[in-house]
Design a protein around this ligand. Sequence first.
Ligand SMILES: Cc1ncc(COP(=O)(O)O)c(C=O)c1O
Length: 417
Amino acid sequence: MDPDALHAKVVNQYAEHINPGLARLMNFAGFGVEIRAEGCYMFDQDGKKYLDCLGGYGVFALGHRHPKIVEAVKAQLDQMPLSGKTFFNAKQGALAEKLAQISPGGLQFTFFSNSGAEAVEAALKFAKMATGRAKIVSTEGSYHGKTLGALATTGREKYRKPFEPLMPGVEFVPFGNTEQALAAIDTTTACMIIEVIQGEGGVHVAPPGYLSAIRERCDKTGVLLIVDEVQTGMGRTGRMFGCEHDGISPDILTLAKALGGGVMPIGATMGTEAVWDKVFGVNPLIHTSTFGGNPLACAAGLAAIQVIEDESLVQRAAETGTFLMSALESLAPKHDLIKEVRGKGLLIGVEFAIDDVGELVMAQLVKRGMVAAYTLNNPRVIRIEPPLIITKEQAEWAVATFDDAVAETSELLATLV
Ligand SMILES: Cc1ncc(COP(=O)(O)O)c(C=O)c1O
């Protein structure tokens, strides 16, 4: 089909059968139809190449279609793609064992699901059951997913309000404020759920000492600490798990996105023996998922960890992240529009001085062949979250392109005043 006709047809299908508002937004941003992807690049209907500096919001840590993941998934596809759910599943066993080996502290057990929100749902249920308590402490600006339980702990009114009453007992504290977090955690609290970097919230990094103070308070009050690493896990921040920067280990840890190697969807909720005893010790079927832990997803997860280790991607994320952060910071004095650059490893946010500029810069980037996106809870912030395999040359190109895109956005805004 002619590329323009294909684009028009898909936009129309979105408008008529998926989501008219989203179709308009995506069309305004200049997004094409994704046809193919490889490594750090995506290609649209015209064959135009884009450097993927969003990486599917963290999914494509290993880039697109990493050959080792594709090979592992193809082999599994020929053997047994989905689990019959009655016999033991060797791939699930192997991935759970591997995750226990590479994760911090005593996170010995894993429950597998299919997405980040599902991983969070399980975490919240486990915390409630293990403690017999109902109160949950979360943070303002947080993002834990949009299913009802996860949504109840997501710190953005806009997404919660239309669905209230949600799960009761959730108290929000400002992210990064130690005093208010410690005051909220008491002996009626089941858990505190927190991200080490608020990704969707606008790339806010937990200040030094914050997480360890929370860990200590949780220990004193018998409260379980859930660290949501759906976005920060698997090397993204320059450590395999983001919480390692602070030297803490949670009672429950959630993973998804990058764990599937950019090829399969997967969610994982890890927990300590103490938590598992109190949950599955009572009833081994208390929480289940038909597709969770399927052999295809677990084969992808195993291969993904192997690639992260073999290609030293955690270290690469740290090194390329340091380069990218300082290169982006050096643009700030040139552009009044750039207010702040922040992040860790390859999870970087650029905050603009004016509302809604994120969307305009995003459109300018797409025009130039680079994909990045503004954050869901904070549209002033553009998120730069490329595959961990991005090369120095690609990162340099991304910075130069970002520079041009911000410059043209400033010119455009000047004509509007
Ligand atoms: C920290 C965090 N938790 C949970 C989720 C929800 O994941 P999913 O969209 O796979 O349900 C996200 C998604 O962006 C996330 O960033």
